[in-house]
Design a protein around this ligand. Sequence first.
Ligand code: C2E
Ligand code: CA
Ligand code: CA
Ligand code: CA
Length: 278
Amino acid sequence: EQAQAAGVFWRRAAADLAELERRVSLMGELDEALRAGGIEVYYQPKLAIAEGRVASAEALVRWRHPERGFVGPDLFIPLAEQTDRIGPLTLYVLERVMEDLAQLRALGHQLTAAVNISAKLVASAEFNQAAGALLARGVVPPSVLIFEVTESATLEDPDAATEMLRAYRELGVTISMDDYGTGQSTLTYLRELPLSELKIDRSFVQHAHRNRNDGVMVRSTVQLAHELGLKVVAEGVEDEDCLDFLRQLGCDMAQGYLISRPLPAPALIEFMDRNSGE
Ligand code: C2E
Ligand code: CA
Ligand code: CA
Ligand code: CA
């Protein structure tokens, strides 16, 4: 029995070690990708429901790994957060977004774009200084940028986080609360943060048109947000019935596979060209 327990112990230890090695090598490779251009930014269009047109897109990072193929953000973003690479990665994304937006604007597409800002970065003086310097370059005005943050962004140091978000807002950046409904103390943050937009998590949106409870939650969230003066984005819209339901509720924007998958910048330009002609 003891021998068996020891066997389990060593197998586990070996598995942990293999996992650790995998992470360490993945992070070294991420550094390399950041240097060598293996990180790409895709854009998922957001539909302004009443106007029936796309005026904004969310930037979603993609990693083309030379051997592993495509590595999704759900895997490497948490690792990047744990190993202090999320700052450089986010600055890379922000810079790309500003350049891509400048190109789109030169082509006549007045698009805004959202960048995901990890909880850890919101109160980081180092990140905020670098981001401020990037914004000050003036490649595009800060008013065409949206920063998506989650409630957890303010857990560690609420005062610092609120102050930073205010500073971005004063520059003209729109602050959006991401994944609304999945966190804790949500109402406190809605009251206290300098928000202009709220994104309802796709777990509520996906079945809202055919699940009574989900529908009630989406409807009351839209109402609450509007009464607080916030715009509402529904994420994870996958079918026409869902979009109709959101339209009836007066939800402002819809994002999801129904409108478009996330697209690389050239495909986004084609998408905008196709959809801007009446
Ligand atoms: P998120 O911010 O909630 O982004 C939305 C995710 O939902 C994206 O996954 C998107 O591809 C996916 N999605 C969009 N429409 C639909 C739909 O209709 N159905 C379904 N099933 N899924 C849909 P993605 O690109 O894999 O990103 C996952 C998460 O990784 C993001 O969730 C975000 O939290 C994080 N992430 C992505 N890019 C960045 C980044 O540049 N910085 C940071 N900090 N996080 C990022
Ligand atoms: Ca997001
Ligand atoms: Ca989200
Ligand atoms: Ca999400």
